[in-house]
Write a protein that binds this ligand. Sequence first.
Ligand code: FES
Ligand SMILES: [Fe+2]
Length: 333
Amino acid sequence: MATLTLTAPTALYRDPAVFERERRTVFRGSWQFLGLEADLARPGDYLAEAVAGYPVVVLRGEGGELRGYHNVCRHRAGPLVGDAAGNCGQELVCRYHGWRYALDGRLRSAVGFGAAEGFDPRDFGLYPIRVEAWRGFVFVNLDLDAAPLIDTLRPLDVLFGNRSVPTAVLRRQHPIACNWKVYVENYLEGYHIDAVHPALAAEVEAGDYAVRMDGAIAIHEVPATAGAAEGLWAWMWPNLAFNLYRGVVMVEHMRPVGHAGTRLDYIYLHQDGDPGMQAALATTERLTAEDRWICERVQQNLDAGVYQKGALSPRHENAVAWFQARVMEQIAV
Ligand code: FES
Ligand SMILES: [Fe+2]
């Protein structure tokens, strides 16, 4: 018989100081989804966003390579780019006082700075970050010593097999008033399907639903009832999922917005004109609304402070246990 696993301390979901520690450990040290390689086709094309509060920019270099930097100028911390996407030409020009950087990060010119003894532009190159792409998806890692992306992704890569990723793009965003881990944990178990998703419960054998961990990938194993299509639902540490169903590849990025908020960024990749796309969208929007409702109520109850410790089902919540243990290990609780 399995030994009983208790839930993580409720402070993990309520304390701003915990989120600050997560930023510096969980998010700074993991591969974070950034966007689609198709949006970085030409040299100078860039995508910028904040990864758990770290503004970064990723661009296509002159030789076709992907490069990434903290979106922070070495002069007085101005932003190199001010919008989420664009083309910067052959250099990044700081938006504050105009220092100019080559696409490889070297400071080319401290424009108008004046002569100062001891000032060597070579000491003021951009702060680099790691960038890698997998099947057209771009990831960044703020830890320069991180293991390659494929080390994390390998089990998922095997499951993707020879599936291709369609190229038509539809995006949706959903703000959720809960800590990011409340939503992730909800994603990591099928235990709630019967109570929260009645329509889905009719399509799957919820009693046989299992989530299997393979390294840092959680794979949902869902025996479908007769007539339902085969799919793949997989999550990657710490906050990304790929949902494949009826030819649509949906990327689900569960982004923290401070300690108390989460934003789901969905990208649906589909064949142009695929009639299944509207059905996939309608189904997902309904499931997301149901998950949002329950996650926000769980957060309210965690915040109320009555609940302290619960227990995790050995049958259904093994991936939740894995996730909580990993978070606690990383933030050293
Ligand atoms: S902060 Fe970038 S040039 Fe001054
Ligand atoms: Fe759900």
